[in-house]
Design a protein around this ligand. Structure first.
Ligand SMILES: *[C@@H]1O[C@H](CO)[C@@H](O)[C@H](O)[C@H]1NC(C)=O
Ligand SMILES: *[C@@H]1O[C@H](CO)[C@@H](O)[C@H](O)[C@H]1NC(C)=O
Length: 341
């Protein structure tokens, strides 16, 4: 199926909207997947679910909320995998890979974790129980489609200092090692990631990750990848994405773009949609250019279910499908960049 003839055919059909294909094109570009996040309530929307299940566009899905601490372990030691299992079952039916999101994060954290004023020893045990249990629950030999875990999420401030979370304040940077080691033990085959935003280009925050990953690798702590979220702003895509990705690749880790969206100030205009197309192209081209950038996930695929309008006042329209599930110019920008036209 590889080969230039197939690519030309795929692009021609895609350009005419006949054949949905972002995942196919990503794979032809040597990547493992193109995927989308999904939140469980949207699964009852039949047209939405049908497109999400289209493997030609999406070879991977991420549960955007249901595997976060406040949902999975709302009470200490009581795990609820209902939502996560629903996503995993869907992925399995669709032959889609899955990214597990996320083990240790200061936000959407179950309140008992902070309220407990736990000692370092107890908090270590809590992290081990939490990450160990959820990673083990979805381990690859049970769920063949499992690929990645965002083991620690958003651990740094934009200036490159450690975020003062309950984990950092209690354990210092030891908690990265604790979480990564327990995740590896729980599933020796899954890929372990650190994940954050505002780390697309070269800057103080991506420097901080570079240094931390270097240190973890020197200590033989298991770490397989760096997750670059990619919550970007129209017309303001960093110019150093490729250089940044390459330095992580040279360090010996994979890079995944894990939460891509490119938001704009509303209302939408044709000019803004064209700019958005270019911006998506820029990001995808950077991933394509770096061999160890292994895949891209958009943070849901349609503006209908984007998180952006409820977080950034007056902004939205961040995704490649509009609110009516119609493809926007951004869709064709992504396709074009995968092909390298
Ligand atoms: C588990 O989570 C599901 C939704 O994800 C919810 O409907 C259900 O009530 C939860 N179960 C318990 C026992 O909290
Ligand atoms: C938290 O625990 C420490 C000792 O473990 C204690 O000194 C401190 O007063 C406690 N703080 C609260 C708010 O309970």
């Amino acid at each position: 199926m590889k080969g230039p003839a197939f690519i030309v055919l795929a692009v021609l059909l895609g350009a005419h909207g006949v054949f949905a294909q972002l995942n196919v094109l990503a794979k032809l570009a040597g990547k493992q997947y193109f995927g989308s996040a999904v939140d469980n309530p949207a699964l009852s929307d039949v047209p939405y679910r049908r497109q999400l299940s289209n493997w030609l566009d999406f070879g991977q899905i991420t549960a955007s909320n249901t595997l976060k601490w406040e949902t999975v372990e709302a009470q200490r030691g009581v795990f609820n995998f209902t939502g996560g299992d629903e996503i995993l079952a869907l992925a399995k039916r669709n032959k889609q890979l899955v990214r597990g999101h996320t083990c240790v994060w200061h936000s959407q954290l179950a309140p008992w974790v902070e309220a407990g004023n736990f000692s370092a020893k107890e908090l270590t045990k809590i992290i081990e129980d939490h990450c160990g249990t959820i990673v083990r629950h979805y381990r690859g030999d049970i769920c063949k489609q499992q690929v990645h875990w965002d083991v620690v999420n958003e651990a740094f401030e934009d200036d490159g200092t450690f975020r003062q979370t309950v984990f950092y304040k209690t354990l210092g940077k030891q908690y990265f090692e604790t979480a990564l080691r327990v995740a590896r033990k729980a599933d020796p085959k899954t890929k372990l990631y650190l994940n954050d935003y505002n780390v697309e280009g070269l800057n103080a925050k991506s420097d901080a990750y570079y240094n931390l990953i270097k240190e973890l690798k020197a200590k033989k702590v298991p770490i397989d990848g760096f997750g670059v979220q990619g919550h970007l702003i129209l017309g303001r895509v960093p110019t150093t994405i490729k250089e940044n990705f390459q330095r992580f690749a040279d360090l010996g880790v994979d890079i995944a773009i894990t939460e891509l969206d490119i938001r704009m100030e509303l209302p939408v205009t044709p000019e803004k949609l064209e700019q958005q197309k270019k911006d998506y192209e820029t990001v995808i081209a950077a991933c394509k250019a770096v061999k160890r950038c292994i895949g891209v996930t958009i943070w849901d695929y349609t503006d209908k279910y984007s998180w952006v309008p409820s977080w950034f006042e007056g902004e939205g329209a961040a995704l490649p499908w509009d609110e009516d599930l119609k493809k926007k110019p951004a869709y064709y920008g992504i396709a074009k960049a995968w092909v390298g036209l």
